[in-house]
Design a protein around this ligand. Structure first.
Ligand SMILES: Nc1ncnc2c1ncn2[C@@H]1O[C@H](COP(=O)(O)OP(=O)(O)OP(=O)(O)O)[C@@H](O)[C@H]1O
Ligand SMILES: [Mg+2]
Length: 439
């Protein structure tokens, strides 16, 4: 059950309890009061009649006047009986505007009160009967209780509405807080919660925003470090490549020259050995060249990313003519040298993975601009990832690191047939603005 419903139900339950208990007490008091009122008015009227009759007992007109004086009384009626027990006069009961239901009158009414007074008038013996009637008092009590209950119900309803609104107001804040937390957990550390919801929530808002600021600054630091690591790696690779080229290259060349010299001067057997040495040296030279190509930063980009990707396609096409390559590259992409290098590396590794691991029929490369982002997709229709495959390689990790270092997004999707690699890179301008902000 939701917190809001639980709160409202518990308040509603306590209000109902208050209504029941308060109503019972109120009813009991009103009932006692009604009964006292009927009893006391009965006693007062009886006493007044007795006094009047005792002081003026001359003829029946006086008795009729007594009865007339009770006319319109709310709780009593008086009857005059002649000696044949026939009603010769009766007072009428005062009428209240409302009527109580019969069951309520029964609940409220005291036991009926009657008194008979025999009047031995000379020549006209008669009897005066005084009788209580609870209908009017019950109607008054009914009206009072109805109004009181109405007021209590209205109060309860207003209380519930106020509590509902207050809870809703607070929950609105918690919903904002929750969505802020979700955004943070999705990696968007730039999100902040606007103040609101009352002073009780100010520390929460401040705490959240402080946490988001710290996370954002750590993320920026982390990204800068990643960039530095990558550029250090590139520098290190370039240095190794230079050393390899400068140190090993000349010696290999020297071995080649020496082997040629030996071949020219020596015996046929020596000639044979020398040319074997030459062959082996050529083989090592080719191998070193390959290593150098891999170690050096991308150099095919001098003619643009599109040309570099076309070269890659040509490279694989030559070795795998059965694979069809499709490429869709939008013109005028806003990528700086670093962005182009990352895009190139992603295409290079994804194509290599597709050919090596997937054995696809087709590989599609797409590069397009969307707002301030460049979307790069490489998909193949090969075997895709299979369970139990060794994933200890550096390729996927390296691509992801490169893309994230540019504050981009990277994803590898498993498809029914094949794999789709997706990278989103910020455009050159957008990245520069971000870097300035980070600094
Ligand atoms: N396009 C693909 N089709 C099928 N499997 C793939 C594909 N791309 C990657 N894989 C699987 O994911 C694994 C990890 O790829 P990753 O590029 O990280 O390493 P690798 O290619 O094995 O080695 P490295 O790239 O370090 O030379 C691969 O070994 C392969 O099993
Ligand atoms: Mg790989």
């Amino acid at each position: 059950m939701s917190l809001k419903l639980r709160l409202i139900l518990s308040i509603a339950a306590s209000l109902v309890l208050t209504l029941v208990l308060g109503g019972a007490v109120l009813f009991w008091q009103a009932r006692t009061e009604a009964q006292n009122e009927i009893a006391s008015s009965f006693r007062v009227t009886e006493h007044a009649i007795r006094v009047t009759l005792a002081s003026d007992l001359e003829h029946d007109v006086t008795v009729r006047q007594v009865i007339a004086s009770i006319d319109g009384h709310r709780n009593l009626r008086a009857y005059l009986f002649n000696e044949k027990n026939k009603v010769v006069a009766a007072s009428s009961l005062g009428q209240e505007a409302t009527h109580a239901p019969g069951w309520f009158t029964k609940l409220v009414a005291p036991p009926p009160m009657t008194v008979r007074m025999n009047l031995p008038l000379p020549g006209y013996p008669c009897t005066l009967l005084l009788k209580s009637d609870p209908a009017n008092q019950a109607a008054l009590t009914w009206q009072f209780l109805r109004d009181a209950f109405g007021a209590m119900l209205l109060f309860s309803a207003i209380t519930l509405v106020c509590v509902w609104l207050a809870v809703e107001h607070s929950l609105r804040f918690f919903r904002r807080f929750q969505s802020g937390l979700r955004t943070i957990s999705d990696g968007d550390y730039e999100t902040r919660i606007a103040p609101g919801g009352g002073p009780d929530f100010v520390p929460l808002v401040e705490g959240f925003n402080h946490m988001a600021e710290r996370l954002s600054s750590y993320a920026k630091k982390n990204q800068r470090l990643q960039e530095q690591i990558l550029s250090l790696q590139d520098e290190e690779r370039a240095e190794i490549a230079r050393d390899l080229h400068d140190e090993v290259g000349p010696y290999l060349f020297a071995i080649q020259v020496d082997a040629d010299a030996i071949a020219k001067s020596g015996q046929p057997r020596t000639k044979e050995r020398a040319s074997a040495i030459r062959e082996a040296t050529l083989h090592i030279q080719r191998h070193v060249k390959n290593i150098l190509r891999q170690l050096k930063p991308v150099n095919g980009l001098d003619f643009g990313l599109e040309t570099a990707i076309d070269d890659l396609i040509a490279f694989w096409k030559q070795r795998h003519p059965d694979i069809s390559f499709e490429r869709k590259i939008a013109s005028g992409l806003k990528l700086d040298r670093r962005g182009e290098e990352v895009a190139y590396r992603v295409v290079q590794e994804s194509m290599s993975n597709a050919v090596r691991h997937g054995r696809p029929h087709a590989i599609r490369i797409q590069l397009r601009e969307d707002g301030s982002d460049i979307h790069l997709t490489i998909e193949d229709d090969g075997a895709g990832f299979t369970a139990g495959q060794n994933r200890d390689g550096m390729g996927l990790k390296g691509m992801e690191e490169r893309v994230r270092a540019l504050n981009g997004e990277f994803a590898v999707e498993h498809r029914v047939h094949g794999v789709r690699v997706r990278a989103i890179l910020p455009c050159a301008g957008a990245r520069n603005v971000k870097e300035m902000e980070d600094a």
